[in-house]
Design a protein around this ligand. Sequence first.
Ligand code: GDP
Ligand code: MG
Length: 163
Amino acid sequence: SKPIVAVVGRPNVGKSTLFNQIGKKRVSIVDDMPGVTRDRIYMDAEWLNHEFTIIDTGGIEFDESDHILRSMRSQAELAMEEADVILFLVDGRAGLTASDEEVGRLLRRTNKPVILAVNKIDSFERESLIYDFYALGLGDPIPISASNAMNLGDLLDAVVAAF
Ligand code: GDP
Ligand code: MG
């Protein structure tokens, strides 16, 4: 079956925006699986002839999801169990937060590939915002702008290279 890519990250970092852009890009939507909340959660996608299923774990309502950190732990655990590649999305404008560090610690324990993308890098002048995220110990952060679709090709290249 197809590789599964799980998108993990704090609320408001841009997971749903990224998800919708991936659906719009030449990544064709092959089929939609039923989602459980108002956000679409599962999507079949394709990039450079690699087919995969992408999951927006932020759209999944966990028990006690009112507690952000607990909910993020559940996201990360689900991703570590179910996914073949984990896409960890952080917010370059907000900078590195304590919950990013907590999730980073969890994700460092998995032997699955983790791709770290720094969102809201809306122009090349802002690329220096990625440097703080090296501290997560998850490799080179990839700058993207989900709303402008900037660098999404590079991000998807990195994702499919990890299959
Ligand atoms: P989610 O909670 O992680 O799913 O985040 P959303 O996709 O709902 O986005 C949260 C907010 O960030 C929304 O107001 C988006 O418009 C905004 N946003 C998402 N991507 C970008 C981006 O690349 N640049 C900027 N400036 N804002 C963004
Ligand atoms: Mg969302």
